[in-house]
Design a protein around this ligand. Structure first.
Ligand code: MEV
Length: 420
């Protein structure tokens, strides 16, 4: 059986790590070659992705190890500029393995689009007229994408909300669609635009906006894990993490930072797979505020055995088809390395990384603080920026950490000394 569990993975060279990833994910030599170049995205391909392209911004891509999710092992590519993120996720996943890893569920790949209808004389009657036209509207929306219908997707329902506003009552129709393995923005936006004239006719109002909602609360993924108290460092650490979580649960100032730590795990996988990071951020934070007060996206409790139990529930509008995921060669390979078979599976893996990342941060914060671990990794960046060459990086880092002086000026001084 394939295992993602590694000891001392961090001690390998990038080439050795790539060889391990290639073995795990059955990569071809051509795929390995592509992953070894720092310019795998051709400038002309990039030019077709966005406008005014003049260069490419490469990011380091690490791989998180040790993840077991629903009894399946994953190696997880993470593209991110922040040190310590990949190490922390891998470390947390190793602790979670003791009690079986991560367990998931989801609400399916269901997206909402909103259609804003104004100047309706009788909004309550208009609401019911839209419900009466439900089948007809679904038929029109579903005529737009026969492929999606053949895969079991398509518009499935509608909701109608009447929302008072300073300009008068607005009738807001929500188009609810199953977008299968697509992120779904294009799918639901096309459907919403196609329905607009029919909706104007039905309601007698004027349609303005026709656009998806990033508050993808019908596209939730849920992940749960039990973390063995001994693996964590004892029951005192469990209590510390529960206190740390409770702080975020009741205080929006802390919740913002707590959730940022979750996004430290989530966004790098979203980036690596070519998905829309802004959509994920918007959905996550809007969901965290859904009850009128911004709060934690995770929960942490102590179970009757004294172990730590964590959960996350988060909107996850990611896709495997369409967008950069299929166009960007590295994003395609990231999906292959993950070995995910559906957008929903990808979403669950991403949320598991978020939960792991959150646990790692809370554990550090509730015990020794994050600076010691963070600083030794940060020190590498400082050393490189100060001109340390590969032969002296480790020495410069060790000296800065030992002296607790992780600073550019001190690094420059050390480099000067070492280079004689
Ligand atoms: C740093 O990037 C993330 C943390 O601040 C998260 C947290 O405070 O929970 C460590």
């Amino acid at each position: 059986m394939k295992t993602s569990e590694f000891k001392g993975f961090y001690k390998l060279s990038p080439e050795q790590r790539l060889a391990e990833v290639a073995k795990f994910s059955d990569l071809t030599q051509a795929e390995v070659d592509l992953l070894s170049t720092s310019s795998a995205l051709d400038i002309h391909a990039a030019d077709h992705m966005i406008e005014n392209v003049f260069s490419i911004m490469p990011l380091p891509m690490g791989v998180a190890v040790n993840f077991k999710i629903n009894d399946k092992d994953y190696l997880i590519p993470m593209a991110v500029e922040e040190p310590s993120v990949v190490a922390a996720a891998s470390n947390a996943a190793r602790m979670a393995r003791v009690k079986g890893g991560y367990f998931t569920s989801n609400t399916g790949p269901i997206m909402r689009a909103q259609i804003q209808i104004v100047n309706v004389a009788d909004p309550y009657a208009a609401r019911l007229k839209l419900f009466e036209a439900r089948e007809k509207l679904m038929e029109i929306a579903n005529s737009k994408d026969p492929m999606l219908i053949s895969l079991g997707g398509g518009m499935k329902d509608l909701e109608v909300h009447i929302i008072p506003s300073p300009l008068g009552d607005m009738v807001i129709m929500h188009l609810i669609a199953d977008t299968r393995d697509a992120m779904g923005a294009n799918t639901v936006n096309t459907m919403a635009e196609a329905l607009a004239p029919h909706i104007e006719q039905i309601t007698g109002g004027r349609v303005y906006l026709r656009i998806l909602s990033n508050l993808a609360d019908l596209r939730l993924v849920r992940v749960r894990a039990v973390i063995d108290k001994e693996a964590l460092g004892g029951e005192e650490v469990v209590d510390g993490i529960v206190w740390a979580y409770t702080f975020a649960a009741v205080d929006p100032y802390r919740a913002a930072t707590h959730n940022k730590g979750i996004m430290n795990g989530i966004i790098p996988v979203v980036t690596a797979t070519g998905n829309d990071t802004r959509a994920i951020e918007a959905g996550a934070h809007a969901y965290a505020a859904r009850n009128g007060r911004y709060t934690s996206l995770t929960t942490w409790e102590k179970n009757s055995d004294g172990d730590l139990v964590g959960t996350i529930e988060i909107p996850m509008a990611v896709g495997l088809v369409g967008g950069a995921t299929k166009v960007h060669p590295i994003a395609r390979l990231a999906v292959k390395i993950l070995g995910v078979k559906s957008a929903v599976e990808l979403g669950e893996v991403i949320a598991a990384v978020g939960l792991a990342q959150n646990m790692a941060a809370l554990r550090a914060l509730a015990t020794e603080g994050i600076q010691r671990g963070h600083m030794s990794l940060h020190a590498r960046n400082v050393a490189v920026a100060a001109g340390a060459t590969p032969d002296i990086i480790d020495t410069v880092v060790a000296a800065m950490v030992k002296e607790r002086k992780v600073r550019q000026d001190y690094a420059e001084e050390l480099v000067k000394q070492l280079k004689g």
